[in-house]
Design a protein around this ligand. Sequence first.
Ligand code: FAD
Ligand code: NAP
Length: 338
Amino acid sequence: MIETDIDLQPHNTLAISARSAHFARVRSLDELREALVFARAKKLPILPLGGGSNIVLTGDFPGLVIQVDLRGLSLQAEANSHSIEAAAGENWHQLVMTTVNNGIGGLENLSLIPGKIGAAPIQNIGAYGVELCDRFMSLQAMEIATGELHDFGKDDCDFAYRDSVFKGRLRDQYIITQVNLQLPQEWLPRVDYPALQQYIVGHNWEIDSLTPIQVAQAVIDIRSSKLPLPDEIPNAGSFFKNPVVDTDLYQSLKAEHPDLVAYAAGEHWKLAAGWLIDRAGWRGLRRRAVGVHERQALVLINPGRGAGGELVQLAQDIAEDIHTKFGVYLEPEPRFYP
Ligand code: FAD
Ligand code: NAP
């Protein structure tokens, strides 16, 4: 079951070439437990892997990569909701399509996000104003240290903007095995993002008679028109989180740059990181194997399939430049390994 010295290039959407000392694809809870026993005996660090669409490999991984390939999906209508139980290895976008094709709304704004269901809670995936936590009920995860299964309710997960307890206090302690969602019977479309509104107006669709599958189609079309497909141009989606700043900094930036793209976030302001990177002149830049996508400056690309170090250097240079020009710190969204 455990392979050694495996090339991770096919297992990360940035197509970074790096090797893993050990690699296991697990298809059952027993196999997962065995893999953990192996890692514990050899004192190996563990990298739980889904679709590899939110990781940056900065070098070879000296431990055990565990590709979580647990399968199973059930969808049940209840009195006021639809409940979903999905094993961690199921594909996220396919789950979204299964729901909208059955006329069930609630996940359509999250269409076309790459990766597996088990990774979705890690950064509380979000797009077009909807986050996983809006539909989340609970999850099951195996503790790495003991092999025991634990249940986590919504309050246990500390979900926040592209964040959860699994990126913070419980980082590297659990492998998610199953995620349970709840979708409302009474569906209301969430189409307040400008790109979605423009699409709907452009197609002469009436908001009152929209269906979940129409919203999914809109999201898929908009995303396909501006985001590079990882199979064609290797990338990990947004490389940086949108920075959230206080009102003073927002107001001084807005005075200096009236076209700044920013949205109120409680008492703070969320700045569009893509706008900052674009305005700083990085959009479309190529540097050896890596670069910044020409249609979306928030997406760093690896068309030359270079090493992780090149990409990390580019990201550092961008972040430093943004700090110098705007006084704002950019924080990477993907996780770096080792
Ligand atoms: P991986 O990259 O394999 O893993 C990501 C992290 O989760 C790693 O730290 C890994 O160790 C951990 N992990 C994975 N599976 C498990 C598990 N079962 N248990 C414990 N830890 C685990 N994200 C958004 O939020 N919104 C978007 O709109 C969006 N769009 C994207 C578009 C593109 C083109 C790309 C390439 C990425 C995009 N992303 C987006 C980022 C990414 O798709 C999501 O974060 C996704 O949830 C990652 O899933 P994955 O299976 O590929 O995770
Ligand atoms: P966009 O629609 O061009 O918008 C630019 C930024 O403005 C986005 O980052 C978004 O923040 C914010 N925004 C726009 N309208 C908003 C509103 N009404 N209220 C609050 N914030 C608003 O963004 P895009 O790059 O094409 O991406 C579209 C959506 O897909 C976004 O939600 C984005 O997060 C998501 N996406 C994520 C990834 C990833 O890897 N994480 C990759 C591609 C797309 P938010 O990002 O907070 O939504």
